[in-house]
Write a protein that binds this ligand. Structure first.
Ligand code: ZN
Length: 483
């Protein structure tokens, strides 16, 4: 494979490109969705192809094809060079790339049971049993749902700077949820988390480890209990978030705004741009002193995290970077190009494409709130009066990522250090630096959540990312009932 790619790289250089990289990607993906005893979706898709990025006259050109042969590679390289030439006539300043060392390596993620080797019948049996269990929990359960997705990716990267990287990646995940209704009120409960469940870079052994039927029983019971719960009260109070909701809080209010392309205005679709402008770097008080948010996708440390990887799609090795250090905004997620524009010596390896026919963009990898020294139950015991919220239900945040509002599936009223009463329809809102500035306790129950569906770019790319988070407490937060 590498020979074919290296010949095409040579061809690009002969045509006057100053930089060229080629990515070949082969994919298999499977999706299964069950609802109320019926298979709503069961698909297996395979596709493969390659993408070529070139720089000529200081501008980018990109082209791709699903035919992987010498003739097509040469043709696609030629077209990419022509696109770069045309782009150069319109570009304001030439693209410069931060240096990167030459890498020759092969790496893979640590799966044991290849999900694509597990018979469909076995998967279906487990998922149907889970779905049935959800619906058995009460007459109020109107829908039981199970979502499963697995993906296997084999990719090769070659650049004109001599890098040759091969990677094999497997990930999968599953989630169960229950929808209940009574007297016009509708409640939802999902586990291990909402929006399709939790995802990891492991094989089928992860699904087996979850005890899905037990989770199914819990979502059915809890969604039923929520129907009779009181609505969340309104007002300013102390808010405790579970780690899965905090993962989404990190994603929306720190992950997206620290993407350097949003900051530089080259990525503005889908609630783009950012309040973390370069003049604030090293100065802005983003949160309280205990808030440390770090980008660290290194697979040596977190081999199973959905967002971990060894090299990005520019062939850059990942580099641990503090986005927020002791409450101060200190770093961005970078590409080679934005590293130069923002005055950094090198990229930290955040460029990824969701397939061969897409150009890499700056994407979140594994961005985590570092754990604190509280046991999660101590945070509750230490809280006189407040609300504990668990599992995301809805979100909304402005373009600059400053004003936000999140709804959760359930909440508990905290009184004198105890979870006293179940509450439904809880919502909280805030302004990013003020909210993180009021964080006064972080647990040590650190858990890495995997989100398989972060959307960005035009055409849209769906990326898999992770966030590590623990239970955490925030003072003086506005909460109310979503209905
Ligand atoms: Zn996102």
């Amino acid at each position: 494979m590498f020979d074919l790619m290296e010949k095409a790289v040579e061809k690009g250089l002969l045509l006057g490109a100053t930089y060229i990289d080629i990515r070949i990607v082969k994919n298999v993906s499977e999706e299964i969705k069950i609802k109320n005893g019926a298979v709503e979706e069961a698909t297996i898709k395979t596709d493969s192809g390659f993408g070529v990025r070139v720089l000529k006259n200081g501008a980018w050109g990109f082209h791709s094809s699903n035919k992987i042969d010498k003739h097509t590679l040469d043709q696609v390289v030629e077209t990419a060079v022509k696109i770069a030439e045309a782009s150069a006539t319109r570009s304001k300043k030439p693209v410069k790339l931060a240096p990167v060392k030459t890498i020759k390596d092969k790496w893979r993620t640590p799966w044991i049971k290849d999900p694509f080797d597990v018979p469909f019948k076995d998967k279906l049996e487990l998922f149907l049993e889970a779905d049935e269990t959800i619906r058995e929990q009460s007459d109020y359960v109107k829908a039981g749902m199970v979502s499963y997705e697995a993906r296997k990716i084999h990719k090769w990267f070659v650049s004109s700077e001599g890098s040759k990287i091969e990677a094999e990646i497997v990930f999968c995940g599953v989630g169960v949820s229950a929808l209940t209704a009574k007297n016009g009120d509708v409640q939802r409960r999902s586990l291990p988390t909402s929006f399709g469940g939790n995802y990891v870079k492991r094989g089928w052994e992860y699904v087996e480890s979850l005890n899905l039927v037990e989770l199914a029983e819990r979502v059915g019971k809890e969604a039923t209990m929520l129907l009779d719960a009181k609505s969340c009260p309104s007002g300013r109070t102390t808010l405790i978030l579970d780690s899965s909701q905090l993962a989404l809080q990190i994603h929306e209010s720190c992950g997206h705004p620290s993407e350097a392309d949003r900051v530089l205005g080259t990525e503005a679709s889908y609630a783009g741009t950012s309040f973390l402008t370069p003049d604030k770097l090293g100065k802005l008080k983003y949160g309280s002193e205990i808030v440390n948010i770090v980008m660290d996708p290194s697979p040596e440390k977190y081999p199973e995290a959905l967002g971990s990887y060894k090299y990005d799609d520019e062939g850059v090795p990942v580099k641990r970077t503090y986005i927020v250090k002791e409450g101060v905004f200190t770093g961005y997620q970078l590409s080679r190009e934005t590293a130069v524009e923002l005055g950094f010596e090198e990229s930290n390896g955040a460029m990824r494409a969701d397939n061969w026919n897409r150009i890499p963009l700056i994407r979140m990898s594994l961005i985590s709130l570092e754990p604190g020294d509280w046991k999660s139950e101590e945070i509750i015991e230490d809280t006189k009066d407040g609300i504990y919220m668990d599992t995301n239900r809805s979100w909304s945040i402005d373009d600059k990522r400053l004003n936000f509002q999140f709804g959760c599936e359930l909440a508990w009223k905290i009184e004198k250090g105890e979870k006293k009463e179940l509450l439904k329809n809880p919502v909280y809102q805030g302004i990013t630096p003020e909210f993180w500035g009021n964080c006064d306790a972080i647990g040590k129950d650190f858990f890495i959540w995997g989100i398989p569906n972060c959307g960005k770019g035009e055409p849209q790319q769906i990326m898999w990312v992770s966030h590590g988070a623990s239970t955490a407490r925030f003072r003086n937060v506005m909460v109310f009932s979503g209905r």
